[in-house]
Ligand binder design. Structure first.
Ligand SMILES: [Zn+2]
Ligand SMILES: [Zn+2]
Length: 114
């Protein structure tokens, strides 16, 4: 086990990124894994202002999605505490992440939950 340099979360040795906050691990740095935030920055610089508009719309949708997730979480807390779910598969690289993962330990991309 190693610990995230940013949030201190215990993460598995083969992780390239912290599953909790998305910070690149020492291993990720050593292997020079592309950081999704860098990709995003480059994409922003390339496409400029049009993407800004898209982001405003996306932000609106994200807010609605977060609200929905929060509602679902509250529901599952009260009704489904004993229900065991399978591990999360990353939609980008198919790596299996722990159920409460926010970022993929393997590729570092954000895992979207329904
Ligand atoms: Zn972290
Ligand atoms: Zn992944």
């Amino acid at each position: 086990m190693v610990y995230c340099s940013n949030c201190g979360k215990e993460i598995s040795d083969e992780s390239n990124f912290c599953f909790k906050c998305g910070t690149k691990t020492a291993k990720g740095k050593t292997e020079n894994v592309a950081y999704p935030a860098d990709e995003l920055k480059e994409a922003l610089e390339r496409t400029g202002i049009e993407l800004e508009k898209a982001f405003i719309i996306a932000a609106r949708e994200t807010k609605a999605a977060i609200k929905k997730v929060k509602e679902n979480m509250q529901e599952s807390k009260t009704t489904n505490t004993e229900k065991v779910r399978n591990n999360l598969a990353c939609p980008h690289c198919k790596a299996e992440n722990v159920q409460n993962a926010v970022f993929c330990y393997h590729c570092g991309k954000k895992i979207e939950t329904e």
